[in-house]
Each structure stands twice: as C-alpha cells, then as structure tokens.
Design a protein around this ligand. Sequence first.
Ligand SMILES: [Fe+2]
Ligand SMILES: [Fe+2]
Length: 281
Amino acid sequence: MKLYAISDLHVGAGANLEGLRDLAYHPEDWLILAGDVGETTAQLRSVLALCVERFREVVWVPGNHELWTSRGESARGQAKYEELVAVCRSFGVHTPEDPYPVFQGTSGRYRIAPLFILYDYSFRPPDVPRKKVVEWAMEQGVLCADEVFLWSEPFPSREDWCWSRVRYSEARLEDACRHDDLVLVNHFPLMRDLVWIPSIPRFAPWCGTTMTADWHRRFRAKVVVSGHLHVRRTDWLDGVRFEEVSLGNPRQWRQELGVNHYLREILPGPVDAAEGPGSAR
Ligand SMILES: [Fe+2]
Ligand SMILES: [Fe+2]
C-alpha cells in the first residue's frame, strides 16, 4: 500500500485533462490531491469522480485556483470553500474539515493531515511594508490573479482568512501529533525557504505565511507535501522530507511521459529521496 501525491492538475487546460484520463488504477493505494485541480466546482467534481474510481482513498486540499469565483459561479470566499468541501464529501474524499485519516502501510502508521492555510503576504523583504507589497511585485510585472478572483468574505481580507485557518489547524494538529507522526499536506509551502521560483521571485508574497515555519518540527511531520510553485522538488530540512508535487500547466510537464510519471510516491518513499541537498525533479 502506497501513498501518492500530485497537485496543480489545472484541468482547465485541455492537455492536462486529456493526460489525466490515463491515470492508472491503484486499488490498494491512496492519492493526495494537493490543490489547483482546476478553477471551478464542476472541474473538481469531474476529477474526483475519476480519482475515486482509481484509488482506495483520496485526500484533497484546496488550491487558490479552486477558491476563485469563476464566471458563472456565485459562491465566494468561505462559501466557495464550503461548496468544494461538500463536493469532496459526496465522493467520500477527505478534506481539511474531516478527521485526519490514518495511513497504515509497510513503513508504519501515519496520520494524514490535509490543511488549508492560504497566504498572508509575509513572504516579502523586510523593507517592503504590507501595504506596498502588491505594488512591489508589479514593478517586475508580477500580479497574482487571486487579487481579482479569490474573495475572502466573510473575512475582511485573505490575510485574516489565513490567520483564522492557522489557529484552527494548530489546535487540531496539536492533538493529532500526540498520537501519531503526521504527513502534512498544504497547497502552499510551509516555509519561505522552500519557495523556489527563480523566474518570478516577486510571486513569493502569494505563496504562504511565516506563521507555519516550524510546523514540520512542532507537529512531528514525517513528510510535508505541497504544490502551487509548479516547480517539482524534494528538499530535506531538520530531517523532514518536503515534496513539491505539481504537474503544472502543459508547458511544465512532458505529455509523452504521461501523467502517471508525475505521481510522487510519498510513503513508503521514492528511491531517489535519500536525505541530502534539495533538488528539482
Ligand atoms: Fe497551480
Ligand atoms: Fe496555486
């Protein structure tokens, strides 16, 4: 029994949806979908229908793209999130609102903790104040589309939503790690040091929060899984493996290799993941 992960399927792109149709059957294994499945609730529904047929259990966390209110949709902010959670539950898919499932494999017993933490613009240089951070990014032509499509209501801002999610998740993780080692799953990386986006460094403010920097130690993480960056990497910090598992847009993966090539084995663990310096995949 294995635990696999993939993120950023972005099935709004035809080549990605086409590729996903070849997803192999893994009747004994579990799959983590680490966010950015697509932009609409209907896309999430169609991807989950395909995944639950092929895997024994599926675990989902939202990405920023799923949280968008796209054309033809009405639910915004928290209401959009709740709509997505309801779709997951209708397929028996685990969400950040459910009890953390126990994965018992050959490598031991772990609790899988799907998280929805969001970002708060704190990944920015110390001399750039929060109020200026979007302007600072735009100086290099960088602007995340979340500024237009990702609503935060009823929270006054995305930061407030993020901080509320941090408090909610901390309390649950404190309890869960008393019993088991954890696999933490969040669309956004938990540490600023893991933000590897050399082509667009000023995208960092939309990539996470400094409030989660010690969570891998504090909550006994065996592995931390994330996406969002569209730069597949394995990093080791404090003896913990961090896996960025994005598929990405069609230019960021090789269609001739097939989507199965991009399923990342999380547990027991891939053969190329011996502890060492970080590397792109
Ligand atoms: Fe993405
Ligand atoms: Fe994302």
